[in-house]
Design a protein. Structure first.
Length: 236
């Protein structure tokens, strides 16, 4: 039974991340071991330092934290995600487990039509007929490819061979671990935001992942997140 899904899943599995992590890391340059006192202080009193570090791109203090996310999204999203090479990844394996029939179809609000030339194009809404065509065609293709996959497995073909017939619209899952600096770089490229000093034009499906990750991070490090937005959403 093929399952069709138009949303992605992002969960914060564990973390060691707060605004004070940035502050004690930054203040070691002038206070040495006394900088650890920042752990017990209210980071609100040092918003100015956070903004200075972000504005002048003193980036290393933003690396002394960690966040691990569980992400479920189409395989084509992960192929873009893995271009961010300072992250740590572990993804489910089609060699070692039978892959489940969960496939991506665009939601009704997904813009379908590309207009313009490379570097100058925009996406616009599709017609109801185009949305119906996309959904029907994708479902037909998914059912055929998964049936072929099952046929080979039932015949004793190894999972790592049989998986070759499956499309990139198949959902996969992974753990992804990063620090705040790496996450800000990811967000600067994978979200479209009017506050960004450097415009970005991400594919919508990876932007869906990025938006959910940003919301979780903003709850952990609100002052850092505010400084990121105030300084053009440029990673320090």
């Amino acid at each position: 039974m093929v399952k069709l899904q138009s949303d992605v899943t992002v969960e914060l599995v564990k973390h060691s991340a707060s605004d004070s992590d940035v502050l004690w890391a930054a203040r070691v340059s002038t206070a040495g071991e006394q900088s650890l006192e920042e752990i017990h202080k209210d980071p609100e009193r040092s918003k100015g330092l956070l903004n200075f570090l972000m504005r002048d791109r003193h980036g290393s203090p933003f690396e002394h934290n960690s966040m691990t996310f569980f992400i479920s999204a189409p395989i084509f999203v992960f192929r873009e995600f893995h271009r961010h090479r300072v992250w740590s990844y572990n993804e489910e394996s089609g060699r070692y487990r039978e892959l489940q029939p969960v496939f991506y179809v665009p939601g009704a609000d997904r813009k379908l039509v590309q207009e313009g030339r490379p570097g100058k194009y925009v996406f616009v809404d599709g017609t109801p007929e185009q949305h119906a065509l996309v959904s029907e065609t994708m479902e037909e293709s998914y059912r055929a490819s998964y049936a072929a996959y099952q046929k080979m497995l039932e015949a004793g073909v190894a999972r790592e061979v049989a998986r070759a017939v499956l499309p990139v619209g198949l959902f996969s899952s992974m753990y992804a671990t990063c620090n705040a600096r790496a996450l800000m770089h990811f967000l600067s490229l994978r979200t479209k935001d009017d506050r960004a000093a450097v415009p970005s034009f991400p594919q919508r499906e990876i932007e869906m992942v990025a938006e959910k990750m940003e919301a979780l991070w903003a709850g952990l490090m609100p002052l850092t997140h505010a400084a990121f937005n105030a300084n053009g959403r440029v990673a320090p």
